[in-house]
Design a protein around this ligand. Structure first.
Ligand code: NAP
Length: 293
């Protein structure tokens, strides 16, 4: 059994990005600049934004964080987005989700200039992805595709079962896996909460991507011998074995599933690390005007 090590793969990609940044600077260009808008005090969001900032530093990007109170109105947030849309110094930016309930997520995403939408959530980027046109790919699905490609996992003609159909993970990764392109070309089945006989379907998977949001949901009896399993879930659960009293687990029962499969991504140390580097890759593309001229 091979562990698909998100740490090793993400470090490789960061090294490649850092080399490109050094080249840009040597050519007299500015390093890529990623900005993040953070509304409110959600601890998980603060952690994500801090680690995005750290990753920017590691590869030589400029980064800036715009922090606002949870009481910020939707109109004020739209104004902050408009400011970044028009700021020539900023190549790409994200609005860290979730935003407070009184703010419409759809309105926020649609107000971001697609050319700067490095999260790849804007309907224009989602539509371009569907049409296989150049676009910013959503970070987590993009990271999963890179994990498979860089681990030399054959996808063509394989049956890929995706658990979950969210707009940020399940649906886009199913589109990317079924694309008529290198390192894709899989036959894809998407499962969701209304799927009947789920285990019967997951047992047919050569590649199983679990993005369901339920800790340890995928058990060994749901997995075919020799399958590749990508675990997208992240959950903080109580644990008597750690000093802090909690540990991170995924959507997959790693201890038992890993005994059956040929490749598996762990949690932590898997997809989560890839998500951040995908954001860096999109920002580099934005700075180099590779997607939109
Ligand atoms: P989400 O929006 O909650 O979507 C979960 C999906 O799973 C939905 O499509 C839901 O079906 C389906 N589902 C729920 N219970 C099910 C069941 N019993 N049987 C079959 N399908 C079921 O979640 P998400 O945003 O895609 O995230 C999924 C997980 O990945 C979460 O743990 C999240 O924290 C994690 N995540 C990790 C990263 C990373 O960087 N590693 C990034 C994003 C998300 P319905 O559509 O029918 O409700």
């Amino acid at each position: 059994m091979n562990i698909i090590d998100g740490k090793i793969i993400s470090e490789q990609i960061k090294t490649e990005i850092a080399a490109e940044v050094r080249k840009m600077i040597a050519d007299g260009k500015n390093p890529p600049h990623l900005a993040a808008i953070l509304v409110g005090e959600d601890p998980a969001s603060q952690t994500y934004v801090a680690s995005k900032e750290r990753s920017c530093k590691e590869v030589g990007f400029t980064s800036s964080i715009y922090r606002y109170p949870a009481t910020m109105s939707e109109a004020e947030l739209l104004k902050a987005i408009e400011f970044l849309n028009n700021d020539d110094e900023v190549d790409g930016f994200i609005v860290q989700l979730p935003v407070p309930k009184h703010i419409s997520v759809d309105k926020i995403i649609e107000s971001i200039n697609p050319k700067k939408d490095v999260d790849g959530f804007h309907p224009i980027n989602a539509g371009r992805m569907m049409a296989s046109l150049p676009s910013y790919l959503p970070a987590t699905p993009y990271g999963i595709m890179q994990m498979l490609e860089r681990s030399n996992i054959e996808t063509e003609g394989k049956h890929c079962v995706v658990l979950g159909r969210s707009n940020i993970v399940g649906t886009p990764v199913s589109v990317l896996m079924s694309r008529n392109s290198k390192n894709a070309n899989a036959t894809v089945t998407i499962c969701h909460s209304k799927t009947k006989n789920l285990a019967e379907i997951t047992r047919q998977a050569d590649i199983l991507i679990a993005a369901i949001g339920k800790p340890l949901f995928v058990t060994a009896d749901m997995v075919k011998e020799g399958a590749t399993v990508i675990d997208v879930g992240i959950h903080r659960v109580a644990s008597p074995d750690t000093k802090s009293g909690f540990k991170l687990v995924g959507d997959v029962d790693f201890a038992n599933v890993s005994k059956k499969c040929s490749n598996i991504s762990p949690v932590p140390g898997g997809v989560g690390l890839m998500t951040i580097v995908s954001l860096l890759e999109n920002t580099l593309k934005a700075a180099k005007k590779e997607v939109y001229k």
